[in-house]
Design a protein around this ligand. Sequence first.
Ligand code: NAP
Length: 283
Amino acid sequence: MAQLWKGAPVAAALTEQLAARAAELAGRGVTPTLAIVRVGERPEDLSYERGALKRCEKVGIAVRQFLLPETAGQEELLTVISQINRDPSIHGCLLFRPLPKHMDERAVCQALSPAKDVDGITSGSLAAVFSGSGAGYPPCTAQACLEILDYYGYELKGKRAVVVGRSLVIGKPVSMLLLGRHATLTICHTRTADLAAECRRAEVLVAAAGKIGAVSAACLAPGQVVLDVGISVDEEGNLVGDVDFAAAEATVKAITPVPGGVGAVTTSVLARHVIEAAEKASR
Ligand code: NAP
């Protein structure tokens, strides 16, 4: 039976460390502050926002919400971003995506000041992740995968890691973070010739396809550690990941559940990035 690597204890440990850092900042008269920018009211954004608000409250981060209707124009959104960039009391910004189709998402992301880009959406942050320079912040979900491995004491050096998915939000950045820890990396996608064979070779398998069942029983092997990043809604309305969970439980060494796995750590990583940004800005 696989170990269940839940996100809650990882998030709790991070929150405790962060609350101490937030208190230290408060002692110096600095209130770490996150701006949340949401266009429209997509249920998944609202749900993530509730989680982020709760996490920030626990840590001691103030939140300012900038809420625009779905019909808002790009100029209106750019004005909000520019206001956030210029406001020294705001240290980080979370912008919900995808943006409505009538907006140029790349242009909006690029408008955010790199110093406040706590979720890795600007080219500058991604370049830092790819160059391994340590400057800038990786996307929170990608970093959450590493936090889980660290918390459960998994040493990545020399391990064969396979990532399913190559998006700029998860697949590519998590691949670079794994490479940065000296894993030997394979990245799979929809054109991969034999996904099951590639995945079976993995010692660490990160599933970020966003497709129910993309990582089937044939992809799994004994001894593997499996991080299931996917979030989908099945026919019964349940949240499920990419991995055949029953098969994984019976086969692998450890698996993160959905819900309650990687997703449960993401807001803590966001909070850490805001604290780091506040520390940098107040030096
Ligand atoms: P995305 O932009 O749709 O990218 C999915 C990637 O997976 C693509 O590279 C695609 O390949 C690949 N892929 C899809 N189906 C596949 C299959 N059957 N076999 C192999 N590769 C396949 O999605 P994303 O934004 O990266 O998000 C991925 C998942 O993570 C989604 O379920 C999303 O909801 C979830 N997510 C979770 C969190 C969290 O906190 N846990 C946060 C954000 C997102 P191609 O490039 O060839 O198309």
